[in-house]
Design a protein around this ligand. Structure first.
Ligand code: B3K
Ligand code: ZN
Length: 875
């Protein structure tokens, strides 16, 4: 497949001002008539051919300005349609094609999910519906007529506002016409047709406009959409209040479907969702699920301005909408819930996904410069690191200049397809600051390493910190320039107070931030009246790996006293990591003073009823296999890693025993379930405690976990009990699994949790069990949620069993990737990226993983998606 390069960007030959579609839905023969109002792009030479993308389309007719084209006047390939001779003035092109939604197993373009017609067009799915310049820099006004059999699809939805609807006389069919007045790229097109239940509500915008809101779900599940509706209204209000963004259409609809390649899609006025991010009730969803529903609803809604009103010029600019929108949804969640807790969770995710990606063969810049398959670039780097870049921009410019820059961006680029350069130019204007060096965050891959060496002279009252940065080599980028790192910091005194106001600092900090813009720099504090502990990178102000020479005692002081909650958590986590690394390398930290002090510190924070229980829950969740693997970094033995992680959990469970039991009792609730953040925080703490208590094993642990499961009156506690039991194995687990299955056997979305628990339990039988479950009647390789819940969860959530010494885990995954590739390449490629850190493994496993990757790469007839991941992973 050809390599597409950012540097090769050329504007389109033709622009499409208006699109009129007439779509007659039939399961196997849907007819799509399109009428495009085209004109030559003034930016391109006059004699350029008309180039339209198109895939899997059966052509019935093509007419130019109303005249049928002869076979000799156009060229069709498996990629599209080219017409060499077109008028050098505005003209129309009408095409009629047939498509087969039932046969569409890739879930790109128009397909059927559970009998519902739906679409997915981002990134390049619209070309599977009709011939079109399917690229984001072609913006058009769409009018869509949808027709279907009434009994098949009583509900017909499109983008924009509905302009008319009615019966088709003399038939059993009806139609609806939707008009979207806002010019948009084809990837934001959507339609839905089906027999769906719905809930409705309304929203009055800040300028007083009425918006009708609808959420469409499988019939009978309407009640489970209430929380999503509430989240939507809160998102709409928040975007007005915080970003000054108002909704622009008369309706906003969301449809939940059960077969979906990713989380959700921000189509203009008609968001289509994976049902797992819409449906939630106390019985079926965990607190974590509720929080995800809220965040994804918000994310897709926020795209209306960052993505839709202002879109991307080309797919290299993907972070322009994704990184920014993730930043916005993170801020929303921070305002709705606890800012500190959200930050810790996001950083955990960043480290476990993005840092891992960034240090392996699939590493790429936030704005890639080349790709073969764009679907493989919807990554943690583009999304999560992309959001970190925006966060740093705000930290460097300050909130006011940041807000001015955002407003300028909305003003100057509304209705256009923009680039990262356009975006940054707005902030340069608003702040009068040169962002040339900052832009390296978009072009240099790899996680910078930041070394901090602290030199404190108590007698002289001085403290110096020398920072040194280095950015590791990544594929295609051997040499890197120093970047600009905003390092938020403080000095923590003996009593925990912030000492900064009482000392002299050279150079001066700006809003508590030191900007490191060269490889090495020193900051010097003087006039210290007592020993201070520097608190570095507060709030994780830059996405780097920080290594400092602070000892465990200093870290524990931060853990006990730092006014920055992120660094409190970070410090305790770092000491846990140190203890784990000691254990890994054969030193026995069991009775060491550090371990004893750590246990005391955790007991104190854990039991501190003045602190947010959600924060305490995070403190009491020690690093997992993935965290330790990342820190070890090379020649990893996954068994040893797992062993160390289990050892620490068991030690904490034992040594914190009575404190944990006390917390467990205190935070039990008698109130009926509510998904709000405060109630969820208590459950999170209690369930984190449960997990440590059962790590000690034995009959007491089993009866505690069994009781927890049986008494649960909500899914959060039920799952916590089940997960705890799955670590202990035995008949109580079997009973619980059977009970769970009995309750939810007809609700596959909920059964996904049942599949996942069994896939991620780290016992030796895991792979056999997963293999057996792939034959379960409720499992289906055609459904992405099922595949992710079982095969995906095993490969990415069970590191010790996926990385079996005999290589069977790798072979299993490769087999399933190959099988899936014939049906759904995008999903297959996702699964294959579970191999992304194979190079950090010890030699024997590395060899086995390499062999499986080579086996995949060597197959004939691979999709572009899978071939790309396989080849880059080996590269
Ligand atoms: N923009 C979509 C993702 C589309 C993925 C296409 N492979 C969802 C989102 O980020 O909001
Ligand atoms: Zn997005």
């Amino acid at each position: 497949a050809p390599r597409i390069r950012l540097s090769d960007y050329r504007p389109p030959n033709h622009l499409v001002d208006a699109v009129e579609l007439d779509i007659r839905l039939e399961p196997e023969r849907t007819q799509v008539r399109s009428r495009l109002s085209l004109r030559p792009n003034p930016e391109r030479p006059g004699d350029a051919p008309l180039v339209l993308d198109g895939e899997d389309l059966e052509i019935l007719a093509i007419m130019l300005d109303g005249i049928p084209l002869a076979r000799s006047e156009f060229v069709v390939s498996d990629r599209g349609l080219t017409i060499a001779a077109v008028p050098d003035r505005p003209f129309t092109l009408e095409t009629t094609v047939l498509i087969d939604p039932s046969a569409n197993t890739r879930l790109m373009g128009l397909y059927r999910s559970n009998g519902v017609y739906c679409t997915q067009c981002e990134a390049e799915g619209f070309r599977r519906i009709t011939f079109f310049p399917d690229r984001p820099d072609v913006l058009s006004v769409y009018t869509t007529r949808i027709e279907a059999r009434k009994s098949d699809a009583p509900v017909l939805l499109g983008n924009g506002n509905r302009s008319s609807a009615g019966d088709v006389p003399g038939t059993d069919r009806h139609f609806a016409i939707w008009h979207d007045p806002f010019p948009k790229p084809s990837y934001l097109f959507a339609l839905v047709g089906g027999d769906l239940g719905r809930i409705v509500d309304g929203f009055t915008t800040q300028s007083g406009r009425q918006v009708r809101l609808g959420i469409y779900v499988e019939k009978g599940k309407e009640d489970r959409a209430r929380y999503a509706m509430d989240a939507l209204k809160r998102s709409m209000r928040w975007d007005e209040e915080v970003f000054g963004r108002e909704y622009d259409l008369d309706v906003f609809n969301i449809v939940a479907v059960s077969d979906f390649n990713m989380g959700a899609m921000e189509n203009k006025g008609l968001n289509i969702f994976n049902d797992r991010y819409v449906l939630a009730s106390a019985e079926t969803a965990t607190d974590h699920d509720f929080a995800s529903v809220e965040a994804v609803i918000a994310h897709e809604y926020f795209h209306n301005w960052t993505g839709n009103r202002i879109t991307c010029r080309d797919w290299f600019q993907l972070c322009l909408k994704e990184g920014l929108t993730v930043f916005r949804d993170q801020e929303f969640t921070s305002d709705m819930r606890s800012r500190a807790v959200k930050r810790i969770q996001d950083v955990r995710l960043l480290r476990s996904h993005q840092f891992v990606e960034d240090s392996g063969p699939l590493a790429h810049p936030v704005r890639p410069e080349t790709y073969r398959e764009i679907n493989n670039f919807y990554t943690a780097t583009v999304y999560e690191k992309g959001a970190e870049v925006i966060r740093m921009l705000k930290a460097l410019l300050g909130p006011d200049a940041f807000a001015r820059g955002m407003n300028l961006y909305f003003k100057e680029h509304d209705g256009r397809a923009a680039t990262v350069e356009d975006f940054l130019a707005c902030f340069e204007k608003a702040s009068r600051r040169d962002l040339t060096q900052f832009k390296l965050w978009y072009s240099q891959a790899g996680t910078p390493e930041l070394a901090a060496s602290v030199d404190q002279r108590a007698a002289e009252g001085t403290l110096e910190i020398t920072f040194e940065q280095s950015v590791p080599a990544t594929p295609g980028q051997p040499k890197k320039e120093p970047m600009v790192l905003p390092i938020a910091m403080g000095l923590v005194g003996e009593d925990g107070r912030d000492m900064l106001p009482e000392v002299k600092c050279e150079p001066a900090l700006k809003n508590g931030v030191f900007e490191l813009d060269r490889q090495r720099a020193t900051i010097r504090f003087s006039g210290l009246k007592e020993r201070a502990v520097p608190s570095l990178l507060r709030g994780f102000s830059a996405p780097v790996r920080l290594v400092s020479n602070l000892g465990s005692d200093d870290m524990l002081r931060l853990g006990a006293l730092d006014s920055d909650p992120f660094n409190r958590w970070q410090a305790l986590h770092a000491v846990m990591m140190k203890v784990l690394l000691d254990h890994q390398s054969g030193r026995s930290p069991e009775g060491s003073p550090t371990t004893a002090d750590l246990v005391a510190a955790l007991a104190q924070v854990g039991a501190d009823e003045a602190l947010d229980p959600a924060f305490r829950a995070l403190v009491l969740s020690p690093p997992g296999d993935t965290d330790l693997t990342r820190e070890v970094g090379h020649d990893v033995d996954p068994d040893a890693v797992h062993h160390a992680v289990e050892w620490l959990r068991e030690l904490l469970g034992r040594q914190l025993g009575s404190t944990l039991e006390d917390i467990y009792r205190r935070h039990a609730s008698n109130e009926p379930y509510s998904p709000d953040a405060t109630s969820a925080a208590h459950r999170a703490l209690r369930n984190a405690v449960l997990s440590l208590l059962v790590a000690t094993g034995g009959d007491d642990a089993t009866s505690l976990a069994g009781e927890h499961y049986r008494r649960a009156d909500n899914m959060t506690d039920r799952m916590a009990g089940l997960l705890a039991l799955s670590r202990l194995r035995g008949p109580v687990l079997d009973e619980a699994l059977e009970d769970f299955y009995g309750r939810f056997r007809d609700d596959t979305l909920v059964l996904d949790k049942w599949f996942t628990v069994q896939a991620i339990a780290p016992d030796e039988d895991a792979l056999d069990r997963v293999e057996r479950l792939t034959g379960h009647p409720r499992f289906a390789m055609s459904n992405p949620n099922r595949v992710r819940a079982l095969v995906g969860a095993f490969a990415s959530g069970n590191p010790v069993q996926f990385n079996r010494k005999d290589g069977r885990g790798y072979a299993f995954l490769a087999d399933h990737v190959l099988k899936l590739d014939r049906q759904n390449p995008q999903l297959a490629a996702r699964l294959l990226s579970s191999f992304r850190s194979w190079r950090v493994l010890e030699p024997q496993r590395r060899e086995l993983a390499r062999r499986e990757l080579e086996r995949v790469a060597g197959m004939d007839g691979l999709s572009r998606d899978v071939a790309d991941i396989a080849e880059r992973s080996l590269g």
